[in-house]
Design a protein around this ligand. Structure first.
Ligand code: PLP
Length: 415
């Protein structure tokens, strides 16, 4: 496994220290990310210790950074891919097809063919047409029927696009799969991204168990997987304990033959990425009610901040270095394009900054850089991965353990 791009830094160094070093020594002007690999490793270990029965498949779509994928691959994690290209990327790290689920419910024919060729067996489905497609291209696929199970409190609901109705459509799809001679292996749901309702997972698992019973009664003896999807928080100081406690408590009563998997995206990457932007423009606007300041920074809604455009998150930066005065002004941070939708945050209270100062946003790993385009000729920020020496050594020890045991692809067995 090649970790050549990862910088090993002195113990105790933080993302902010690394940002300061990059700015100081590299004559930096463009926006950039630092990626704390130690944080990704901690997330994986935390998941395994807090929800030992739920096998995580990192949702690559959330942030397909190659160092993140290589790190998780080396740790023995599994993956949720949405396309042929994501599958290719994960396979290129040496992961075998069995550690990948193809969780996009609508797949082009060539992507299904590719999945078959490379041994990705579990395919999510929520429609009759997809069952028919799979029947003709990949009849031995392991079908996972996705049903709708929206959390009552959630930042981004996915249910209007993906997931069949669990009471009428799902049983119909099970029957249809039987008629087509396909193999139903389980059921999945996604409560929505940034879920604020633990009970949603319990609802989904109860429905899955009912559907498993129904499928078994129809003769699907391999119907034994529950996929609880993603939706878990991943920001700094947002632990998953509340979710883990509720899910574990429910699973205590569930037959151990039922396999439980998940597709966390945000959880793994949010807190590991910190974005640094240069203020390259400033306008001070004197108004009747006082002074407002507009800053122009080199990443925006057509780059890392699409969630700001969609009103999903409000992201207020912090000054990289202590400002000269603590007095604040209503301040707007515009992105680098000429477009007026390109605004990261409006009228937040902020101390006065100057052109040439840097601001940073933490918790920037999820649904940021992967959504960035090149509008106005502005390119997505480069990622600088780092790890502290201590973490690196312990990571290398973990990797040795995995290679010694050869087939150990499931990280849970190590701890
Ligand atoms: N699985 C599927 C099928 C998804 O569509 C998504 C997000 O859109 C995820 C997993 C990851 O969700 P999250 O980042 O909220 O954990």
């Amino acid at each position: 496994m090649n970790f050549g791009a990862v910088k090993i830094v002195d113990n105790g160094k933080t993302s902010i220290d690394i940002i300061n070093e990059i700015i100081k020594f590299d004559d930096q002007e463009d926006a950039f990310y630092v990626l704390d690999i130690g944080d990704i490793i901690n997330k994986h270990k935390t998941w395994l210790s807090k929800m030992p029965r739920v096998k995580p498949h990192f949702a690559v779509k959330c942030n397909p950074d190659s160092t993140v994928i290589r790190t998780l691959a080396a740790l023995g994690a599994s993956f949720d891919c949405a396309s042929k290209y994501e599958i290719e990327q994960v396979l290129s790290t040496g992961v075998c097809g069995e550690r990948i689920i193809f969780a996009n419910t609508m797949k082009p024919n060539s992507h299904i063919k590719y999945a078959r060729k490379v041994g990705v067996k579990i395919l999510a489905v929520d429609s009759d047409s997809e069952l028919c497609k799979i029947k003709s291209i990949f009849p031995e696929a392991q079908i996972m029927i996705r049903f709708r199970c929206d959390a009552l409190k959630v930042a981004t609901s996915l249910g209007s696009k993906c997931g069949c109705d669990p009471t009428i459509e799902a049983p119909k799809l099970i029957r249809r799969a039987k008629d087509l001679g396909l193999e139903v292996h389980g059921f999945s749901f996604h409560v929505g991204s940034l879920c604020g309702e633990t009970a949603a997972y319990i609802r989904g698992m109860k429905i899955s168990l009912d559907l498993i019973n129904y499928a078994k009664a129809l003769g699907f003896k391999n119907a034994e997987i529950i996929d609880i999807g993603g939706g878990f928080p991943g920001e700094t100081n947002h632990p998953i304990d509340m979710f883990a406690d509720a899910i574990n408590e429910f699973l205590n009563e569930v037959d151990p033959s039922i396999k439980v998997i998940s597709e966390p995206g945000r959880y793994y990457v949010s807190s590991a990425f910190t974005l640094a932007c240069l203020i390259h423009g400033k306008r001070t606007v004197e108004e009747k009610n006082g002074t407002r300041i507009m800053y122009y920074v080199n990443d925006g809604t057509y780059g890392s901040f699409i969630e700001s455009l969609l009103d999903i998150t409000i992201r207020i930066p912090v000054p990289l270095n202590k400002p000269a005065s603590e007095k604040t002004y209503p301040s707007t941070f515009w992105g680098p394009t000429c477009d007026s939708y390109d605004v990261v945050v409006r009228d937040c209270d902020f101390p006065e900054m100057n052109v040439g100062d840097w601001v940073v946003w933490s918790d920037m790993g999820a649904y940021t850089i992967c959504l960035a385009g090149t509008f106005n000729g502005i390119f997505p920020p480069v990622v600088h991965p780092f790890i502290t020496e201590k973490k690196w050594k312990s990571f290398c020890r973990d990797l040795e353990l995995i290679s010694e045991e050869g087939k150990m692809i499931d990280g849970r067995k190590r701890d």
